[in-house]
Structures are given as structure tokens and as C-alpha cells.
Ligand binder design. Structure first.
Ligand code: P5A
Length: 444
């Protein structure tokens, strides 16, 4: 893709309305455009990143046996009246009346809708467990939408729902999502810590928030530092392996402020290991047993002829928020250098030819390099403009492709000036460059 033909409206300076670096960068490089308070259009660069995040989230859901569906954004008030949340949800719910005067709403979450789907088809314990998810826009009329897409009113969420026959089986499902979340965030190059959390309007008494550390985060967290050293790569999807993994995490104190108890914290965690800081909530999982199934008369036949309400959990990932969360983690706003993890980068590599007015040999060379990259499934952006070198590099540093090739005076012969962002420049032949990128892509 040529930069001159792309829709990447880059601003010279940081927009003054943005208070945190992710919001600054997203506006600066034209990833999003505000439509109204807390509501955004996604422009090509931002949309590409969000879609890549969505793809990884989807793969990791599928790996634990969750099945994808798509529920609507607009829901009927009837099911919310059944669950009792129509009134409880209050002003955060956007209520709509259609032309027949029916009360509708823009879904803030889908526990009711998915329970309605489940109860119309599944009648027996033999069909359990069921793990269903969708990736869909949500609307919450947040009182203070802020920080761009971090706390939007309209936002993109992956929400999954589990249906089980007993508490024991339901914990098994809960633990599968727990593992899937650790794997998902790792593939996005984030260290997300599961923290015991409050359940708020979703309900239930077992819940973990997945939080990444960031000074600009809205969650205050209290934790034992040693939790950062844990690793779940040896865990498999067997019941016992999953239980042990969760125990491993739960042995360390890690809570959000609603669950914080100073006395307990100071008793359990030695001074050296205490960490009190801020973070961004990128995921949240809940177990609420029969809260919705009871209210919405959703039961299954058990062996022996009895019936019982199904046991449910729900599991959310903020897909649009993750775009901002990754920027908070990876953007050096002092040097104005963004380094997207290769797994979600809008482009794999930037080609920066030094173009003189009457000489387009460097651009020609960039085109030839690009043909070879395309053959190898490597997605490049080429700065084909005749701006000066330093402003070209500046722009590409903001766009944030993890690799760059500079095609200038020095690039005679086969060796190219190749740079992995954050590392020293190397002179390498194209074949070697392709090898390096292909290898890193295979590890995503
Ligand atoms: C779990 C899935 C739920 O809604 N019901 C279905 C449960 N949980 S949650 O914690 O309320 O939201 C899940 C994740 O969505 C992101 N999120 C937001 N992102 C951007 N703007 C918002 N206003 C917003 N609200 C929630 C968070 O990442 C949260 O963890």
C-alpha cells in the first residue's frame, strides 16, 4: 500500500482534547474519528488493528470449544423484565421505542438474550455443557465517556456464556475461559493479571477482572508482585490441570479496590512483594449460577427424571478497548515511537525510499522489494511521497509497523538497511529479512 493513496490522516501535533497517550496516538494517526460523545468511527488503520485483535480472540475462544453465534444489538425489553434487570440497569441502558410503541433497547450485554436462545432449544443435561460466544457492539450510556475508545458508550465486546448441569461442571467451564484469557492476552503481547473483583450489575459471587498495568488505568489494584512471574503455558484443558492453574494464580493476593482490605493485604503480603498501582481492565469473567436461569425459567432434565436450573457464567473481553490498552503498553510518547506487536500490527513493515525529484530508483527498488514481500504474505506500507527523510521516519514511527527498511544512498547492492523498532539497524539481504519476519509471524 502506498502512503499517498492511503486514508491515514496524520496530524502534525497531538490533539489537545486527548488526555492519555492512546487517545492521543489514535487521533494523531487517524485510527478513529469521534462521531459524538463516546461514539467513534473506525478508520482504516484503527479498524485493521481491531480486526486482528478480534481474530486472535476468536481463535482462542474456538480452541476451548466455544461456538460462535451472532446476536442482535437491539433487544426486546421483555426478556430484561423477566430477569428483573430492566429496572435495575438504570440510565446506562439506552432505551428505544419502535413505531409499534414496543420498548426495545440497545444491548449493554447479552445474558438475557442468550438464555432465551438456550431455553428454546436445549432441554436435557445430555446436551451440556454449551459454550456460546459472539463479538458484537454494545452500548452503555456511560455518565463519563472518556479517554477515547477506552471508556466509550458504543464499544466492541466479545462476550461468551456457559451453560452447565452443576456447580462443579460450571467451574470447569469458568476455568477454561480463565486459561483462554491468559492465552489471548499473551498473544497480544500483554501481561494481564487475573484479580478477584466485584460483580456489579452482572451478578454472582465469583469473578475475576483481567488487568494490565498502566498509570492511566481506571482500576486501582493491590497485588503480590510474584503473580507476574506465573506462566500458564503448561496448562491443558483437563479439569485437574485447569484447577491447578487457577489455584496457582489465586495463591497470590491480587484484588481491585472494591475487594481491597488493608489489614488482610498487609498480613498476607510481605512489604517487599506489595504492589499498589493502576491498571486497565481488558477482560472480566463471572460465575452467577442460576441467577438468570431461575428468573427466566431455564431448566434441563437431569438423569433420574428431576429437573434443575442450568448454571451459567459469562465472560467478556473489551475488543475495542484492547486497541487502546496495547497502545498504552507499547507507545513511547516521549520519542513518539509506537511498536505494535506483530500479531496485531496494521502493517508488518514500512518501506521508506529516499525519493529525489528527478530520480525514482529508490521507489522502484521499494516496489521490487514489495513484490517479494507480497509473495511471502508480508504486508508493507510504502512511503512514496517526496517528503524529507526525517519527516518520513517520524510518520512511520507513529504508524508503528514493527519493522522498517530504509532505501537510500547506502542501499547499494544486495544489502538493505533493516530495522526492527527498538533495535539497532542491520544491513541484510532481502532473503534474510523475509526469513526473520516469517519466523516471527509463525510464533504469533
Ligand atoms: C461479561 C460478558 C460483562 O458485560 N457480560 C457479558 C459480562 N462484563 S463487563 O465487565 O461489564 O464488560 C466486559 C469488558 O468489556 C469492556 N468494557 C468496555 N470497553 C469500552 N468502553 C466501555 N464503556 C466498556 N465497558 C466495558 C471491558 O474490557 C470489560 O472487561
Amino acid at each position: 500500500m502506498y502512503l499517498s493513496e492511503s486514508f491515514i490522516p496524520i496530524l502534525k501535533n497531538n490533539p489537545s482534547e486527548a488526555k492519555i497517550k492512546s487517545h492521543q496516538l489514535m487521533l494523531r494517526v487517524g485510527m478513529i474519528k469521534q462521531a459524538s460523545a463516546g461514539i467513534y468511527s473506525w478508520l482504516p488503520l484503527g479498524f485493521k488493528v481491531m480486526k486482528k485483535i478480534e481474530g486472535i480472540v476468536r481463535q482462542e475462544q474456538n480452541k476451548i470449544g466455544a461456538q460462535e453465534i451472532l446476536m442482535p444489538t437491539i433487544q426486546s425489553s421483555e426478556i430484561w423484565k423477566e430477569s428483573g434487570r430492566y429496572d435495575d440497569y438504570g440510565e446506562e441502558m439506552l432505551r428505544i421505542t419502535d413505531r409499534q410503541k414496543r420498548e426495545m433497547l440497545y444491548g449493554p450485554t447479552n445474558e438475557e438474550q442468550v438464555t432465551e436462545i438456550f431455553r428454546s432449544s436445549i432441554k436435557s443435561y445430555k446436551s451440556l455443557p454449551q459454550l456460546l460466544y459472539h463479538i458484537q457492539w454494545k452500548f452503555r450510556d456511560e455518565i463519563r465517556p472518556r479517554f477515547g475508545i477506552m471508556r466509550g458508550r458504543e464499544f466492541y465486546m466479545k462476550d461468551a456464556y456457559s451453560f452447565d448441569v452443576s456447580d462443579e461442571e460450571a467451574f470447569f467451564s469458568y476455568n477454561k475461559f480463565f486459561l483462554s484469557y491468559l492465552r489471548t492476552f499473551k498473544r497480544l503481547s500483554l501481561t494481564a493479571i487475573p484479580m478477584a473483583a466485584d460483580t456489579g450489575p452482572i451478578g454472582g459471587n465469583l469473578s475475576h477482572e483481567f488487568v494490565i498495568l498502566a498509570d492511566t488505568g481506571e482500576s486501582k489494584i493491590f497485588t503480590d508482585k510474584r503473580i507476574f512471574e506465573l506462566d500458564s503455558s503448561n496448562t491443558n484443558l483437563e479439569k485437574l490441570s485447569l484447577e491447578n492453574m487457577r489455584k496457582k494464580y489465586e495463591q497470590f493476593y491480587a484484588v481491585t479496590d472494591e475487594k481491597f482490605n488493608k489489614e488482610e493485604f498487609e498480613k498476607i503480603v510481605s512489604e517487599d512483594n506489595r504492589l499498589i498501582t493502576k491498571g486497565i481492565e481488558v477482560g472480566h469473567i463471572f460465575y452467577f449460577g442460576d441467577k438468570y436461569s431461575k428468573a427466566m425459567a431455564t431448566s434441563v432434565d437431569l438423569p433420574g427424571g428431576k429437573k434443575d436450573f442450568v448454571k451459567m457464567g459469562s465472560y467478556g473481553i473489551g475488543v475495542s478497548r484492547l486497541v487502546g490498552a496495547i497502545i498504552e503498553a507499547k507507545y513511547d510518547d516521549k520519542k513518539e515511537i509506537m511498536k505494535w506487536p506483530l500479531s496485531v500490527a496494521p502493517y508488518d513493515i514500512a518501506l521508506i525510499p529516499m525519493i529525489n525529484k528527478n530520480d525514482n530508483t529508490a521507489l522502484q527498488k521499494a516496489n521490487n522489494i514489495n513484490l517479494e514481500l507480497i509473495k511471502n504474505d508480508i504486508d508493507a506500507i510504502i512511503d512514496d511521497t517526496d517528503e524529507n527523510f526525517s519527516s518520513k521516519v517520524k510518520k512511520m514511527n507513529l504508524i508503528g509497523a514493527p519493522f522498517q527498511i530504509i532505501i537510500g544512498k547506502k542501499s547499494d547492492g544486495d544489502l538493505l538497511e533493516f530495522k526492527e523498532i527498538g533495535k539497532e539497524t542491520q544491513n541484510l539481504p532481502l532473503k534474510k529479512i523475509v526469513e526473520i519476519i516469517t519466523k516471527q509471524k509463525s510464533l504469533i
